[in-house]
Design a protein around this ligand. Structure first.
Ligand code: PAF
Length: 292
């Protein structure tokens, strides 16, 4: 697997693949790769001739006081993992290479509506940073397909709308969440957890699974979410949000949406964890739906 850090040689290499009529898949990452990222590479490998991964810790998507400086940079082990999974090319630019004019004057992309609320409600500007870097990578690499994890469910919705609105000829593939044996969704941020926090963390997924069962059995969503919020807080999580949305992340409407999505963000200490689960409601009710 070749690693490139500059744009000109990246374009040159991709040009040869395009001239050969090869199908290109993109897997954008911020590195510190785990099995969740490698599932994206495996999925990309299934549908393309050439798999390009990117590794870039994108400063534009971190807010003030977030973990940009602390975010783990593990290029050597990431390279080994990508190579073992058949990735063909790694593009790992510097901040100066992607944003040569500096961050303050960088043209940014805003995806309305779907960027608002949930993680966008707490991490102000986060999805503008994501939409900007993903647009840049789409322009530079011009892939036929791009793979993103469903753990970042709102991010996936933002990217789908971005691709629709800007007419990128790219198929977006959402890849199911990869979980540890105890159910915790894999995330680079899990590495920040103390051993006590790590032991508690799977309770988030367990709570979401309990909500899914209760929702499927027809209990009122408002009652279920209120009880689950209390359970999480009493267990030691600090709740950011626990929210039921329609599958496309528009507001959930009882009576309209039998298929919905339950999304949560919590803090354990200063570490923020997110998770989500698809839910089905036999008889939607009109109870209050947001807590936290
Ligand atoms: O999901 C991530 O790792 C990042 O948000 C992404 C899509 C690579 C953009 O920086």
């Amino acid at each position: 697997m070749q690693t490139l850090h500059e744009i000109a040689p990246l374009r040159e290499r991709l040009r040869t693949h395009r001239l050969a009529g090869q199908r290109i898949a993109l897997v954008p990452t911020m590195g510190n790769l785990h099995e969740g990222h490698l599932a994206l590479v495996d999925r990309a490998r299934e549908s393309a001739d050439v798999v390009v991964a990117t590794l870039f810790v994108n400063p534009l998507q971190f807010g003030a006081g977030e973990d940009f400086g602390q975010y783990p940079r593990t290029l050597d082990s990431d390279r080994e993992r990508l190579t073992a999974h058949g990735c063909d090319l790694l593009f790992a630019p510097s901040v100066e290479t992607l944003y040569p004019g500096g961050l303050g004057t960088q043209t940014q992309v805003h995806v309305p509506n779907v960027s608002e609320g949930l993680c966008g409600g707490t991490r102000i500007g986060h999805f503008d940073g994501v939409a900007t870097v993903v647009s840049l990578l789409f322009h530079l690499i011009q892939p036929d397909i791009a793979c993103f994890g469903e753990k970042d469910f709102q991010q996936l919705a933002v990217i789908r709308k971005l691709v629709d609105d800007l007419h990128f000829p790219i198929e977006i593939i959402g890849v199911p969440i990869v979980r540890a044996a105890d159910g915790l969704a894999l995330s680079s941020r899990n590495g920040y957890l103390t051993s006590d926090q790590r032991a508690l963390a799977p309770a988030l997924q367990q709570t979401l699974a309990q909500c899914r069962s209760a929702l499927a059995s027809g209990e009122p969503p408002g009652t279920i979410l209120a009880a689950a919020s209390q359970t999480l807080e009493e267990a030691g999580f600090r709740l950011d949000y626990l929210e039921l949305r329609a599958r496309d992340l528009s507001p959930f409407e009882p009576g309209r949406d039998a298929e919905a999505h339950l999304l949560a963000a919590v803090y354990l200490g200063s570490t923020r964890l997110i998770d989500n689960v698809a839910v089905e409601l036999p008889q939607p009710s009109g109870a209050d739906l947001r807590h936290g």
